[in-house]
Design a protein around this ligand. Structure first.
Ligand SMILES: Nc1ncnc2c1ncn2[C@@H]1O[C@H](COP(=O)(O)OP(=O)(O)O)[C@@H](O)[C@H]1O
Ligand SMILES: Cc1ncc(COP(=O)(O)O)c(N)n1
Length: 261
């Protein structure tokens, strides 16, 4: 089973809802600890209501002290305090196969994106895998990650901060026909590539990718196998959802393959 720690997306396309659906699709039992409640849909950016840090800590204790958690995935945090709760558990060795997707909140409404990024930097040493997109990698590193070459350098620099593996995802990078990710793992670099799907429904693609990595690690895959599986799953789920019209904005993925031809 996998524990996902992240924000609630009431519209169901990202956050813990996307994570739990992905786990279900992969026949892995999922538990969730909610960091923030997002009032959001496909057309509007989230307004976040932070869950108090002690309530987050209580959820982690309730799950970890009882259930056989084999991997943990983290997503959106509303505050540095919330990240610190997870870092505290990680420090005591309680978070196996930790996959950190360093999703950052928008600045404002009492939320400091910079403070969350700094706190995530302190969580990274405990991560087996970190999966920032280009924007998140830029915030963590303090320089603009633009080109595929930058993504490679960013993956290496972030890996130097502790994770065994870093995947800088390039979902928003339009480089011809490829969806390109930069992978630093075991001291070696490679690009991971799949055909780019021309689709507007890419909501939660980072969540689906990172959760699929955690699920496959929990099922016993090696790291590179888990990454390759997740890459294939997310590409297929984007492709299968291409004809969906769930909401007027950037809609969700078809993780179950319901629309597979
Ligand atoms: N249009 C697309 N076609 C195929 N793969 C995609 C597409 N958009 C994103 N991906 C893949 O989805 C995964 C998540 O990446 P990304 O979209 O960058 O994450 P995030 O949602 O965190 O921004 C990556 O493996 C990326 O290459
Ligand atoms: C609650 C919540 N909202 C949004 C996202 C990011 O979604 P995306 O991967 O589409 O940028 C997330 N991971 N969690």
């Amino acid at each position: 089973m996998v524990l996902t720690v992240g924000g609630s997306d009431c519209s169901g396309g990202s956050g813990v809802q996307a994570d739990l659906k992905t786990l279900l699709a992969l026949r892995v039992y999922g538990a969730s600890a909610v960091t923030t409640v997002g009032v959001q849909n496909t057309r509007a950016a989230a307004t976040l209501y932070a869950v108090p840090a002690e309530v987050l800590a209580g959820q982690l204790t309730a799950v970890l002290d009882d259930l056989p958690v084999l991997a943990v995935k983290t997503g959106l945090f509303p505050s540095a305090d919330a990240v610190a709760v997870v870092t505290g558990r990680a420090r005591s060795g309680g978070l196996p196969n930790l996959v950190v997707d360093p999703v950052l909140p928008d600045e404002g409404q009492g939320v400091s994106r910079r403070a969350v990024a700094a706190a995530l930097d302190r969580l990274l040493p405990y991560a087996l895998v970190a999966t920032p997109n280009r924007d998140e990698a830029s915030a963590l590193l303090g320089w603009q990650v633009a080109t595929p070459g930058d993504m490679a350098r960013a993956a290496e620099e972030l890996a130097a901060r502790g994770p065994k593996c870093v995947v800088v995802t390039g979902g928003d990078l339009v480089t011809g026909t490829e969806a390109l990710d930069a992978v630093w793992a075991g001291g070696e670099f490679r690009y991971m590539s799949a055909p780019r799907v021309a689709a507007r429904n890419t909501r939660g693609s980072g969540d689906v990718f990172a959760t699929a990595v955690a699920a496959r690690l929990a099922l016993g895959d090696g790291l590179l196998d888990a990454l390759a599986f997740a890459k294939g799953l997310v590409a297929r789920a984007i492709s299968d959802a291409a004809g969906w019209r769930l909401g007027v904005g950037r809609g969700p993925l078809d993780v179950f393959g319901w629309s597979a031809g």
